[in-house]
Design a protein around this ligand. Structure first.
Ligand SMILES: *Cc1c(COP(=O)(O)O)cnc(C)c1O
Length: 443
């Protein structure tokens, strides 16, 4: 595929550094998407970032829409967050004993998210979801969980699962190294398909511990819930005796102060959080009603632990982030305005480039995705209709225009509060050129 970087002479230091990385790091990275395998070419190695900008080793500056894949809602190197971390770690980075900071961050979360009465912090979203499932199974005494095709909930065994062939609803492992036994209790249905979920409840009466869902899907591109979808999940869980788990690792504190559950008015039993609540440090959290959460050790019999869980650097970054959001009464209004202007600008750019009828832009708040398919994109099947060659061409043309997008059709574009109207203007100007360049790749 096209590798803009290697031919324009602007990325020599990144190319050399990536070569070095490949000798000692698997694929040169510590998380697969970063290797640019979805778009071809070498990844940029990053020297620094500030506000809405990210700078590579060669000194090229880009407007960044990766936002560390979700955490950077305040933009990069936010002063308040950096100072809070600095202040905290002067006194030590980890104690293996409780601190008041953990209560402070938990209080913020309990205040913000209606359905959460108690919290347990972890070091990642993966751990948070893993723990949520264990709590649900422990609380209900049931084994089966339902997830939606194309939903991502971290890399734990039971959730690395994809739809099997034919009509089966039983998942098969989507990664080597995951034994079939690990996914045997994971059932799959298509996102936005409430009838299929009803069939599962009928097929497995009294066996489903939980339904696990991203209230706005953000890991198959961005796919909003259809009208009534989330309410139907709530109703079906209630009548089937299952718990409803909202995986808000991406949407929590991003779509609204109270998360997607506030935006859509649905109360889950368990919520998982991550990304924004860590302010760029490694944090996850699981929270929910007290009677559900108290199944966790040391109160209950569901075991979970973590050497570095709740550590001062992570807690202080999270507290500073949430405090900064809360102190700005217009935060989510401004974030919505700038995100809406980006969407409108991209639509206009696509129209001018003559490709508007070939793409589908989905957006919920500051999460946006430009699918290279006419759409509508309502689930994983329709997301997969995207023309990945055209996307890759667009991605590299945007990069050449100094716009840094997620290097995959199936990742969300994230807007931060530091993105300016000038950033949006520059982005849309680059997008028009990039759409024109990508246009001929559509068939
Ligand atoms: C990112 C993400 C996770 C995994 O979080 P990590 O911190 O990467 O382990 C889980 N669920 C959702 C919805 C996510 O977006």
């Amino acid at each position: 595929m096209q590798t803009t970087q290697s031919i324009d002479g602007k990325h020599e230091k990144s190319a050399a550094a990536f070569q070095r990385a490949n000798k000692v790091l698997v694929g040169g990275v510590n998380s697969p998407v970063r290797a640019f395998t979805g778009v071809g070419g070498n990844p940029l190695l990053i020297a620094k970032a500030f506000d809405s900008k990210i700078v590579d080793l060669d000194g090229n500056e880009y407007i960044d829409y990766v936002g560390s894949y979700g955490p950077a809602i305040l933009g990069h190197a936010d002063k308040g967050v950096v100072m809070a971390i600095h202040k905290a770690i002067l006194h030590g980075t980890s104690y293996g004993a409780p601190t008041q900071m953990e209560s402070t961050l938990a209080e913020r979360i309990v205040d913000a998210v209606d359905s959460i009465e108690k919290v347990r912090f972890t070091n990642s979203g993966t751990e948070a979801v893993m723990t949520a499932i264990r709590i649900a199974r422990g609380a209900t005494g049931r084994s089966k969980i339902v997830k939606f095709v194309g939903g991502y909930h971290g890399h734990s065994d039971a959730l690395l699962v994809e739809a099997g062939s034919g009509a089966t609803t039983l998942g098969v492992p989507s990664s080597k190294g995951v034994p079939e036994g690990a996914t045997a209790d994971t059932l799959l249905v298509n996102y936005n398909d409430t009838a299929a979920l009803a069939e599962l409840f009928a097929e497995y009466p009294g066996q489903i511990a939980a339904v696990l869902v991203e209230p706005v899907a953000g890991n198959m591109g961005v796919v909003p819930p259809a009208d009534g979808f989330l309410q139907s999940l709530r109703d079906q869980c209630d009548s089937g005796g299952a718990l409803l788990i909202f995986d808000e690792v991406m949407t929590g504190f991003r779509l609204a102060w109270g998360g997607a559950q506030q935006l859509f008015g649905i109360r889950p039993d368990i919520t998982t959080l991550g990304k924004v609540i860590g302010g760029g440090m490694p944090v996850g959290a699981v929270g929910g009603r007290e009677d559900v959460m108290d199944h966790l050790a040391p109160v209950g019999g569901v075991y979970q632990a973590g050497t570095l869980s709740g550590n001062p650097a992570a807690m202080s970054a999270g507290i500073a982030t949430l405090d900064e959001i809360q102190s700005d009464a217009d935060f989510y209004t401004r974030l919505e305005e700038i995100s809406a202007s980006l969407e409108a600008g991209l639509v206009k750019a696509a129209d001018r480039a003559g490709v508007l009828d070939k793409i589908c832009i989905n957006r919920v708040g500051s999460m946006l995705c430009c699918f290279f398919t006419p759409g509508p994109v309502t689930d994983y099947q329709t997301a997969k209709q995207s023309n990945l060659d055209a996307f890759a061409k667009w991605f590299h043309a945007m990069l050449a225009g100094e716009i840094y997008l997620p290097p995959s059709q199936f990742e969300a574009i994230f807007v931060s509060i530091t993105h300016t109207p000038k950033d949006v203007q520059a982005t849309c100007a680059a997008a028009e050129r990039a759409f024109s360049a990508a246009g001929k790749f559509f068939n």
